[in-house]
Design a protein around this ligand. Structure first.
Ligand SMILES: NC(=O)c1ccc[n+]([C@@H]2O[C@H](COP(=O)([O-])OP(=O)(O)OC[C@H]3O[C@@H](n4cnc5c(N)ncnc54)[C@H](OP(=O)(O)O)[C@@H]3O)[C@@H](O)[C@H]2O)c1
Length: 280
């Protein structure tokens, strides 16, 4: 697997983002260095972490071990929910750079809007400063519903480069994807495998058997053909390798339609309007 075969998308900040990355939610901190090293060895060049995951240090260690030049990989982290106040956000971002042992991240996101706390506009002001300082090459949001996005764009200056939201065959999240597209915001699909649950679906099993691919490869390929950015997570070396092998086959229009028709509005994670874990 060479990373040349992973396509990139252009963000509104002018930065290219590899469309396939590697997610490290729930990768235990002590295992992160080894797991991320395995991912880099098989060709991933984009890592999605967060302050909340408590494994930025392991990500940074694996990147340092890899010997890759800084412009050969793309790293995203996210602001923890406890730090939406302006000065807290700036201080938390500095800790992220320390943990990752980097001078800059490629993308920094507000992790959740937390409407009950109602400080995401203030947090965005801090992210705009970080962006202007050059320590983040792009800034974006995560779990923003259309009404959060519209308010942010009404009250601030920089349009988010991405919106990272839950998307998989059981949750198409089409209304959010449409608003993102309308504003040139790239949609990143989190839990692209529905945490593994959608892989049992008989429609996906049928398509996988017909193509001689695994259910995970079929689902991930569906995301790629829809144009979203994905970063499946696995701690299992064989799966880490399987999940990057997506660029030697295509889905037919009928297969794409059959998978999209599985949408039943079913989430594996929290709804952004009610998620209220303040991280404190
Ligand atoms: N912004 C947010 O609020 C948010 C929320 C959730 C996730 N995310 C991001 O999205 C990333 C991915 O989401 P996720 O970790 O929730 O779920 P996911 O990638 O949809 O699924 C991960 C699960 O699927 C299993 N799996 C992976 N590859 C497989 C394969 N080829 N065959 C069978 N099973 C497979 C993994 O098992 P093993 O690990 O045991 O192999 C794990 O249990 C996260 O790591 C994180 O970076 C962001």
């Amino acid at each position: 697997m060479s990373n040349e075969s992973i396509p990139s998308l252009l963000l509104n900040s002018g930065v290219q983002i590899p469309q396939l990355g590697f997610g490290v939610f729930q990768v235990p901190p002590k295992q992160t260095r080894d797991v991320v090293s395995t991912a880099l060895d098989v060709g991933y060049r984009h890592i999605d972490t967060a302050q909340m995951y408590r494994n930025e240090r392991g990500v940074g260690e694996a990147l340092a071990d890899s010997g890759l030049d800084r412009d050969e990989f793309f790293v995203t982290s996210k602001l923890n929910n406890a730090f939406h106040a302006h000065d807290d956000a700036l201080a938390a971002f500095d800790r992220t750079l320390e943990e990752l042992q980097l001078e800059h991240v490629d993308l920094f996101l507000i992790h959740w809007p937390l409407p009950a706390v109602d400080k995401y506009v203030e947090a965005w002001g801090a992210l705009e400063e970080i962006y202007r300082s050059g320590h983040a090459r792009a800034i974006g949001v995560s779990n923003f519903e259309p009404h959060h996005l519209r308010r942010l764009m009404d009250e601030t200056t920089v349009v988010p480069a991405v919106n990272q939201v839950e998307v998989h065959p059981w949750l198409g999240n089409e209304d959010v994807r449409a608003v993102d597209a309308e504003h040139g915001i790239v949609t990143e699909a989190w839990s692209p495998l529905g945490r593994g649950r959608v892989l049992e679906d008989p429609t996906i099993a049928r398509i996988a058997a017909n193509l001689g691919k695994t259910p995970a490869q079929v689902v991930l390929r569906w995301h790629i053909e829809r144009g979203d950015v994905i970063f499946p997570k696995s701690v299992t070396p064989a799966r880490i390798k399987e999940n990057v092998q997506l660029f030697d086959f295509e889905l037919s229009d009928a297969d794409m339609a059959d998978i999209s028709a599985l949408d039943r509005g079913e989430r594996v994670g929290s709804h952004p309007d009610t998620m209220n874990n303040t991280g404190r």
